[in-house]
Design a protein around this ligand. Structure first.
Ligand SMILES: [Zn+2]
Ligand SMILES: [Zn+2]
Length: 273
């Protein structure tokens, strides 16, 4: 099994249901060697409907120490965080990344027109797919460029997560310039591109058979020199831990990816597929 580099618990992420005990038990029973816990950190969240905000970082640090103590041999917990990006808070997030001993820092764009995609879905999904994707991926390229305190760029397909039309996917051809801009930045900064299996899980549940990432997109990333790819289930429940890892990693291999990375103490380590 591979490291699962993106997960949430109910202790610090209000939208997650998994307790740390459930997470540890499930990871052990699935023989997952490492699990990164990457709790949501939405600084100055402007959305009044969204209860995801920030938490006390010192108490997270202390709690994580306790969690590590109850971890059985054969399972390693990596202390991570998932930053929600907005332009006006970028430098504050960079400072936080440098001030705490994180193993893994994930950077995410959850916003569309300054609201979470989930709360803005009527507007998001009324736009033509290419226009929607250009705006969203363009913003991701901006965030990757503006910030430095991160290791992994999360879920480029978050924009599609709540799409009622299950036939639509995030494809390279939908916004090639924006994807090239994003890839150029993360390759030059040696950051990793995340393949997030939760979007595929959601679409599979909706009956869609096309649950895998776009092959053109992955091949373009590799052609441009991209070497760092991470894989995360973005689990919010114990059932979702490492969900679809087997089929997605087989597919990544088919696309030419030989290894994925996880981050420990902010450094990348490879695992063969
Ligand atoms: Zn996210
Ligand atoms: Zn997440």
């Amino acid at each position: 099994m591979l490291t699962d580099s993106h997960n949430h618990t109910c202790h610090f992420s209000p939208d997650a249901k998994t307790t740390i005990d459930e997470l540890i038990m499930t990871a052990s029973s699935l023989c997952i060697p490492r699990v990164a816990i990457t709790e949501h950190y939405e600084l100055d969240n402007p959305d009044p409907e969204d209860d995801i905000g920030i938490f006390d970082l010192d108490s997270y640090l202390n709690t994580f120490g306790e969690w590590k103590k109850k971890c059985p041999a054969g399972l390693e917990l990596l202390m991570g965080i998932e930053f929600g990006y907005r332009k006006d808070i970028a430098s504050r997030l960079d400072d936080i990344a440098d001030s705490y001993p994180f193993d893994t820092v994930i950077l995410s764009n959850h916003m569309f027109y300054d609201r979470d995609v989930y709360y803005n879905r009527d507007i998001v999904y009324s736009l033509p797919v290419k226009e929607r994707q250009k705006i969203y991926i363009g913003r991701m390229a901006e965030m990757a460029d503006r910030m430095n305190g991160y290791d992994i760029i999360a879920h480029y397909d978050y924009i599609n997560k709540y799409n009622p039309d299950v036939s639509e996917s995030v494809m390279y051809d939908g916004s090639p310039k924006e994807f090239d801009d994003l890839f150029e930045v993360i390759i030059s900064k040696e950051k990793a591109l995340e393949i997030n299996t939760s979007c595929y899980a959601a679409r599979k549940t909706a009956g869609d058979r096309n649950i895998l990432p776009d092959e053109n997109l992955i091949r373009r990333y590799l052609d441009m020199g991209g070497r760092l790819v991470s894989i995360g289930s973005d689990s919010h429940t114990k059932e979702a831990l490492s969900q679809h890892f087997k089929e997605v990693s087989e597919y990544l291999k088919f696309c030419g990816i030989k290894e994925v990375v996880y981050f420990s103490k902010r450094r990348p380590y490879t695992e063969g597929l």
